[in-house]
Design a binder for this molecule. Structure first.
Ligand code: ATP
Ligand SMILES: Nc1nc2c(ncn2[C@@H]2O[C@H](COP(=O)(O)O)[C@@H](O)[C@H]2O)c(=O)[nH]1
Length: 185
């Protein structure tokens, strides 16, 4: 094991359980730093500014992009999302393992700009279970769920681009597997 902290990117279709798995892992291991993204999406009930996301206006997102402040950004199901560059690089330079929870388009951009990053794909046990989870979460109206499921088909097809695939059958098991990957390299 060398001294280099690892940059890990966790992607996978909407509703597969990325946030749930990451929250479970960080409950026991808060030393893994999770990047907080900027988004033009409106907050869901219970989501806190600066904790779950930096909720920004379209104009603010335009400026973040124009000023080169995002490591990557993408439009996903009608909203824009991006990773603040400065905080990621500062944590890596300070020797802290960094985790990004982002979509496929963002993962592809990170692969280009920071090829040493480990790209992890979180897959559902089945398509039916993915639909159940996304619908059961109850956070999006049917039209948005449909849009996210269309994106999910593209994301599932891109799984071979990732370094590792984890199947989210059990939150506890996957959180353990992810922790082992996120460690220093
Ligand atoms: N292993 C699991 N078994 C059953 N339900 C799960 C499992 N993992 C997550 N869930 C449930 O699936 C739903 C979606 O999970 P979550 O919000 O974490 O997905 P996500 O991948 O972060 O979604 P998004 O990309 O849209 O933010 C939640 O209701 C969560 O409780
Ligand atoms: N490319 C990026 N994708 C991101 C970022 N932050 C979150 N996401 C992804 O967006 C979708 C939808 O998220 P939701 O919170 O609205 O359900 C999901 O796949 C996230 O992983 C980001 O900074 N860049």
């Amino acid at each position: 094991m060398s001294e280099r902290p690892r940059l890990t990117v966790l992607s996978g279709p909407s509703g597969v359980g990325k946030s749930t798995v990451v929250a479970h892992m960080r409950k026991e291991h808060p030393e893994v730093w999770l990047s907080v993204s900027a988004t033009t999406r409106k907050p869901r009930p219970g989501e806190k500014r600066g904790v779950h996301y930096f909720f920004v206006t379209d104009d603010e997102m335009d400026k973040l992009i124009a000023n080169g402040e995002l490591l990557e950004w993408a439009e996903f199901a009608g909203n824009r999302y991006g990773t603040p560059r400065g905080a990621v690089l500062e944590h890596l330079e300070a020797g802290v393992p960094v985790l990004l929870e982002i979509d496929l388009q963002g993962a592809r951009q990170v692969r280009e700009s920071l090829p040493e990053a480990l790209l992890v794909f979180l897959a559902p046990p089945s398509w039916e279970e993915l639909v159940r989870r996304l619908t059961g979460r109850g956070t999006e109206p049917p039209a948005v769920i449909e849009r996210r499921l269309q994106a999910a088909k593209i994301e599932l097809a891109a799984e071979p681009e990732f370094d590792v695939t984890l199947v989210n059958t059990s939150v506890e098991d996957v959180a353990r597997e992810l922790l082992a990957l996120v460690d220093v390299v």
